[in-house]
Ligand binder design. Structure first.
Ligand SMILES: [Zn+2]
Length: 292
């Protein structure tokens, strides 16, 4: 986890454009969006231990959403589930399955003792010429605010969505994920079946030098994720004395078991998703991604 976070503002760097069609949104209130994100960062929504969490910071964030996005609030329904948020904006065509855009409200805590090494305080949302600095600027209040800004923009321009849109913002993505589960249960109880959903991923445009294509800017849309498995190995053996090792201790047997597991990694394979990524990047790859 990055010690510091900052996100560059579109307004702060005229030389850099994120989208090919930015000029199509010339009346987008970029300054207003920046201030909304800054206000969201100032809500200290750290939630690592629900017993000690100050949920009034979440209430503050909810109030910010209610007061900043009038068209979303007027057209949609705003629900609090535990401390998570579910916004439903009805589409014009009920035959179409809904779309869900996710993000999360919680941020990871500031590691105690590192306060002095922050260039800008984590919850002040300092704005300089280029960046908004603060916890959650990249992980991931920019997505919470970005999704709300996009929905507000569309609705404020008198457009109605064809497909029902859900915006779902969990409260404890960094820890237990109970908020996401509660939202899923709510939707399942209502019989909702989604067409698709979009969640947090890599959210920055970055140099593709990682893939051997330095100088090419790209953004990774993540369509797959590695899973993980936890294995618990228990060994029980008779107690005894070091003078009579009787064929090994439980610690030795356990070590051998762990060693055999480690000795059998999954075979290396190129998944279709990774292969397609490399094919797409191939024209731009100019050097080996592996350093000699
Ligand atoms: Zn995140």
């Amino acid at each position: 986890m990055a010690k510091e976070e900052s996100i560059s503002t579109a307004a702060g760097c005229a030389c850099f454009r994120y989208l090919d069609n930015e000029e199509a949104y010339h009346d987008l209130d970029a300054g207003g969006a920046v201030e909304h994100l800054r206000a969201a960062i100032r809500c200290e929504t750290v939630n690592t231990d629900p017993e000690k969490t100050d949920f009034s910071q979440f209430d503050k964030l909810h109030e910010l959403m209610r007061s900043s996005y009038p068209h979303v609030m007027e057209t949609g329904t705003f629900e609090i589930i535990q401390h998570s948020v579910l916004i439903t904006i009805p589409g014009s065509d009920p035959a179409l399955k809904p779309l869900l855009l996710m993000a999360h409200q919680d941020v990871v805590p500031v590691v105690a003792g590192t306060e002095d090494s922050w260039e800008h305080p984590p919850f002040e949302a300092t704005l300089d010429e280029t960046f908004i600095w603060g916890r959650g600027s990249m992980d991931i209040k920019l997505m919470v605010i970005g999704e709300l800004e996009a929905a507000e923009y569309v609705l404020a321009h008198g457009k109605q969505l064809q497909r029902t849109l859900y915006l779902a913002f969990g409260e404890d993505e960094e820890t237990f994920g109970t908020g996401a589960k509660a939202i899923v249960k709510t939707l399942a109880d209502r019989g909702v079946r989604l067409e698709f959903l979009l969640d947090e991923s890599v959210t920055v445009v970055r140099d593709m030098g990682l893939y051997g294509a330095p100088g090419t800017l790209g953004i990774e849309v993540e369509l797959a994720e590695k899973g993980d498995t936890a294995v618990k190995v228990t060994v029980r053996s008779e107690g005894g004395h070091a003078s009579n090792p009787f064929g090994g201790t439980s610690l030795g047997i356990l070590s051998q078991a762990i060693s055999s597991i480690v000795a059998q990694p999954f075979p290396i394979e190129l998944s279709p998703v990774t292969e397609q990524l490399l094919r797409t990047l191939a024209p731009y790859i100019t050097e080996s991604p592996w350093k000699e």
